[in-house]
Write a protein that binds this ligand. Structure first.
Ligand code: 2RA
Length: 337
């Protein structure tokens, strides 16, 4: 099994290395790719050093079985043909192909079989905020169909990459040293001591692209007609996203039944004892695999509604881990070239 990581120097690329090692992923050979900026850098994987190769249009992917790509939509679009030409499965973290009807959009806890039909040789990894929400809502969907979702997200700097995480830390440093943040490049406004109610570009619907991803991707993954209205907000936590989710089911569902379903659900940990100040928080879910859920309660404004709070590590389950789980599923069912 030969595995490639495209975008190896990025936050998600680095997480791939950690997760593949931790899970003892069955690979015999590893090859790292990057842009001109990162080509030549060296990273250690299981005690062996690997140098990042420049991503080019050549035959470098000839023997590759699985390619994890996380270098932005433009790169995925430009190199998809080069990567998949000899039969490698491309598991893509960008948003480039997610809504392409010939590209499955997969969360292994929900729709793993979709990964088996991939006319373009590409499987798309959903957006991080969508992954976390559907992992939690799918077990509830099995109790009664979810018709509507309202969600507000609290997304960490990590969602915008390693450079954005460094920028947030730099802003706090500058404020302490000089009284004001000077480095404002990656976000449209100062993030330190602030929240920014816009993630990604605005669309003509007056929702951002990030918010529209939550609408569209949720339907594709869950094979559902659910309507999701999202407000996605950047907050000054460093790593791990949170979401406040209100949902309306076709029939009323009790909080006790929701708790039971969540306790049994793969990839979910229920942390729900608010009387004793126990609920999920991003500081605690950072670096962990599961999506953590708490504050499960009846919606006071909707008889068929319930509401909950979740947090999850955006770089792990929201990106690299989900992609690795897709690859593990393909290996398990013998569906790699
Ligand atoms: C963010 N969800 O947090 C995005 C990354 N895909 O910015």
């Amino acid at each position: 099994m030969k595995v490639a990581i495209v975008g190896a120097s990025g936050a998600v690329g680095q997480e791939f290395l950690r997760i593949l090692a931790e899970r003892n992923f069955p690979l015999d050979d590893l090859v790292l790719f990057g842009s001109e900026r990162s080509a030549g850098r060296k990273y250690t994987f299981k005690g062996k050093e690997y140098e990042v190769k420049l991503l080019q249009h050549n035959d470098d992917f000839k023997d590759v079985d699985i390619a994890f790509t996380s270098a932005g939509g433009g790169t995925s679009e430009e190199f998809a043909e080069t990567i998949t030409k000899y039969g490698a499965v491309m598991i893509d973290n960008s948003s480039q192909f997610r809504m392409d009807k010939d590209v499955p959009l997969v969360v292994p806890e929900i729709n793993p079989e979709d990964a088996l039909v991939r006319p373009r040789g590409i499987i798309a990894n959903p957006n991080c905020t969508t992954i976390m929400m559907v992992v939690v809502l799918n077990p509830i969907e099995k109790l009664s169909h979810i018709k509507k979702i309202h969600v507000s997200s609290y997304q960490s700097a990590s969602g915008a990459g390693a450079v954005a995480m460094a920028e947030l830390q730099q802003q706090y440093k500058e404020i302490i040293e000089t009284g004001e943040a000077k480095t404002i490049k990656k976000f449209p406004h100062q993030l330190a001591y602030n929240v920014i109610p816009q993630i990604d570009k605005m669309t003509e619907t007056d929702y951002t692209k990030e918010e529209m991803k939550m609408f569209n991707e949720t339907r594709k993954i869950m094979h559902s007609d659910v309507r999701t209205s999202a407000t996605c907000v950047r907050v000054s936590s460093l790593r791990s996203h949170s979401e406040s989710v209100w949902f309306e089911t076709e029939k009323p569902v009790s909080v006790a039944d929701i708790r039971k379903a969540l306790e049994a659900a793969p990839g979910v940990t229920l942390v729900d004892d608010p009387q004793n100040y126990v609920y999920p928080m991003p500081l605690e879910s950072a670096g962990k695999d599961d999506v953590y859920v708490g504050r499960v309660r009846k919606d006071l404004a909707d008889d068929n509604g319930n509401t909950l709070w979740l947090t999850g590590d955006q770089i792990r389950k929201g990106a690299a881990l989900n992609a690795v789980q897709i690859a593990e599923y393909l290996i398990k069912v013998g569906n790699v070239k």
